[in-house]
Each structure stands twice: as structure tokens, then as C-alpha cells.
Design a protein around this ligand. Structure first.
Ligand SMILES: *[C@@H]1O[C@H](CO)[C@@H](O)[C@H](O)[C@H]1NC(C)=O
Ligand SMILES: *[C@@H]1O[C@H](CO)[C@@H](O)[C@H](O)[C@H]1NC(C)=O
Ligand SMILES: *[C@@H]1O[C@H](CO)[C@@H](O)[C@H](O)[C@H]1NC(C)=O
Length: 353
């Protein structure tokens, strides 16, 4: 190799024209590269009706990475992975993947969904089949109603459900947890949600998907949830560590959230929700999440339960802790709403620990 370089001088170009040529080629490669990227990022994924094999192969082949091998056990999927799967499914009629938009169930949310959603997505809310109460502002769904709802979305035992939201990953994380709690195995979250899907250049659609109702029956998994008695036990024995996802001022009792008593469960560690994300609202890497959790006082060799005010942020923290690979991280679903309204003051701590 050294030899070739040494021999090149008599017939080689002068240094400056070499550099110019190299720069020219680089420029061309860049322009073509950007063009191809923009083209493939903006093609209509589902509604084209005229699938072109070369396009699909290109989409799958371009970024062949571990991303493409993600299976039903994967917690997070990328926009690229999902776009590829939706495109493949539209060609083959395969219904293994069910994309579900999850909203908070606020007025207008459903209209937003119908105006434009990820192609072939169906719609649900974190309030489907659940009635809010003072103790449980976002209650668990009624099992019978929820089972019927899931069947009506065309979900069966083998379905890989991909949840996303257009808010801040709370609704999709909550639905991820609720589905796991009801024994559904294949659930992933679209990392970065609809905002990332759009900023990555993928299309939305206003077409409505018709689903075939399945006969799937869900099985509740008690290990995924903690009730108040278990939390009282945890507080007294520290058998399971408690991680509280509310923001620092709410946790330490300098302010009250929605008029509830100030403070936190004695011994609970605080990992505010905002610490879990990159700027584009994708989750931090497992390594960074692990460092974060440890820096906030958690021992990741020991079990952890998450909480917040209503169980929504706690679901996101549970997702983040699962990403570190520590295994099952149940959610205290009554969270601060229930705790603060039922316990004596001796079971409420103020301050930074
Ligand atoms: C919610 O309220 C409605 C209307 O009062 C009732 O029919 C339904 O059973 C309730 N669902 C739950 C989960 O409590
Ligand atoms: C989809 O369904 C919703 C609710 O039924 C309806 O309002 C909307 O017009 C439908 N959209 C299309 C494109 O058919
Ligand atoms: C709570 O945290 C805030 C912000 O970090 C701080 O300003 C305040 O002094 C803390 N309050 C208590 C009671 O620790």
C-alpha cells in the first residue's frame, strides 16, 4: 500500500487538483445522498396502491441495522422501523402489526386523529373503559370493557401492537403498561411519537382502517401493578425501592400539585420525567438512563416500583427503567393522588429525601 502511494507522483495529478476533484466527488455524493434520503423519507407509505419492490428493498436495505430485527419484545421502535413495517404490511396484507394512537381522551383529541394519523393506525385513549375518580384521576380500565375494546381494534394474542401519541410519550407509555398489565406480550412504543414521525419526513393519512374484531381474551398480570398496601410495606421495609417521576418542586414539597398535600413517600427517590429524554423527546440511551437512575439514588440490582401523581408519568419512568434492562418495574397506580388523600402525615416526607 505504501508503495503505490510513493509511485504515484509522475502520472498523478497535482495536489491541488486532486483536492478539487475529491471535493467535487464528495459534493456530488452528498447531493445525491440527500436527494435519495429526502425522496425515501417523503414517499407515501401506504396509500400509493402501486408498491414498487425496489423502493421497499431500498427502504429496508438502506439502514439495515439491529433496528430492522426488532421483534415483539422490543420496548422502543424507531420511525424508520415502523415506516418499513407499515409499508411491508400494506403490500402483503399482513396484520401482525397494529399501530395504535393513544390520546389523553381530551375534547378534540379524536378529531385530531381523524384529520391525520400514522397510516393504518387505530385510535384509543388512556381513559377508554375507565372513569375518573378523586382518588384515581386516571383509573384502570374495567377489564371486561377493556377486553372488548382491544378485540374491536383487531388485536389478538400474536399482534405486535405499536403505540404512539402526539403529546409527550405519556399516553403511549401508559398504554404500553396497561397492555402489559393485561398480559399482552407484543407491545412497543414509537420512540419520539408522532412529532418525530413528522419531523423525520414521514406522511400521515386521514384514511380510516377497518378492523376485524378478534376473540382474544386478556389475562391480568398482578406483578405489573402495586396497590397501596404493598407501598406501605415498601415504605416500612424498603423491600422495593420507590422511584417518583414528579418534578423536583412537587416531590420535595415546595409546591402542591392540584391542591394535593405536599411531599412524597418517605424514602422515595426522585427521577423527574424531563430527565429521561433527549431534546427530540426520544428516550435517552439505556446506558445514560442507568447512570441517571444511579445518580438519583437507585440501586439497579434491587427491585424498583414507580409512582407519580396519577400513574401516567410513572408509566414513562417504568418504560425508562425497563430500558436499562433491570426487568419488571411495576407501577403504583394510585400514586400520590391516593397516598396523599389516605395516609397520616407521618407517612409524608418533605425535602430532598
Ligand atoms: C363508568 O361510568 C359509566 C356510566 O356511569 C358506567 O356505565 C361504567 O360501568 C363505569 N365504568 C367503570 C369502569 O367504572
Ligand atoms: C373516519 O371516521 C370518522 C369518525 O367516524 C369520520 O368523522 C371521518 O370523516 C372518517 N374519515 C374518512 C376519510 O372517511
Ligand atoms: C425544592 O426544590 C427547589 C428546586 O430545586 C428548591 O428551590 C427548594 O428549596 C426545595 N425545597 C425544599 C423544601 O427542599
Amino acid at each position: 500500500m505504501g508503495q503505490k502511494i510513493d509511485n504515484s507522483s509522475p502520472h498523478g495529478c497535482a495536489m491541488s487538483s486532486c483536492v478539487a476533484m475529491f471535493a467535487g466527488i464528495l459534493f456530488l455524493v452528498c447531493v445525491v445522498g440527500v436527494g435519495v434520503t429526502v425522496y425515501f423519507a417523503t414517499i407515501e407509505i401506504v396509500d400509493c396502491g402501486c408498491p414498487d419492490d425496489r423502493v421497499v428493498d431500498k427502504m429496508v436495505g438502506d439502514k439495515k441495522s439491529e433496528d430492522d430485527k426488532k421483534g415483539k419484545d422490543t420496548i422502543l421502535v424507531s420511525t424508520h422501523w415502523l415506516s418499513t413495517k407499515i409499508y411491508e404490511a400494506s403490500r402483503t396484507g399482513d396484520a401482525t402489526i397494529r399501530v395504535v394512537e393513544v390520546s389523553m381522551g381530551a375534547p378534540g383529541d379524536e378529531e385530531l386523529f381523524y384529520e391525520g394519523h400514522i397510516p393504518n393506525a387505530v385510535y384509543t385513549t388512556v381513559k377508554s373503559c375507565a372513569n375518573a375518580t378523586a382518588l384515581f384521576p386516571v383509573d384502570l380500565p374495567d377489564p371486561e370493557c377493556f377486553g372488548e375494546h382491544i378485540r374491536s381494534l383487531g388485536i389478538s394474542e400474536d399482534t405486535h401492537v405499536v403505540v404512539y401519541d402526539r403529546l409527550d410519550i405519556r399516553p403511549s407509555s401508559r398504554e404500553w403498561w396497561i397492555l402489559k398489565l393485561h398480559g399482552h406480550k407484543g407491545v412497543s412504543i414509537l420512540d419520539g411519537g408522532l412529532a418525530k414521525w413528522i419531523s423525520d419526513g414521514y406522511e400521515t393519512s386521514n384514511k380510516n382502517l377497518t378492523t376485524l374484531t378478534t376473540d382474544y381474551s386478556l389475562t391480568f398480570v398482578p406483578a405489573k401493578i402495586r396497590h397501596m398496601d404493598a407501598m406501605m410495606y415498601n415504605m416500612k421495609t424498603r423491600a422495593e425501592q420507590i422511584a417518583d417521576a414528579r418534578n423536583g418542586e412537587v416531590y420535595n414539597g415546595s409546591i402542591s400539585d392540584r391542591g394535593l398535600k405536599k411531599g412524597h413517600i418517605p424514602g422515595a427517590k426522585n427521577i423527574p420525567l424531563s430527565y429521561l429524554f433527549e431534546d427530540d423527546r426520544t428516550f435517552k440511551s439505556p446506558e445514560d438512563l442507568r447512570k441517571l437512575a444511579e445518580s438519583r439514588g437507585l440501586d439497579l440490582e434491587r427491585p424498583v416500583v414507580t409512582m407519580c401523581r396519577t400513574g401516567m408519568q410513572a408509566s414513562v419512568l417504568s418504560v425508562a427503567l425497563h430500558l436499562t434492562g433491570i426487568g419488571n418495574v411495576p407501577v403504583y397506580y394510585g400514586s400520590w393522588s391516593q397516598w396523599s388523600q389516605l395516609v397520616d402525615d407521618e407517612y409524608i416526607a418533605i425535602g430532598s429525601s
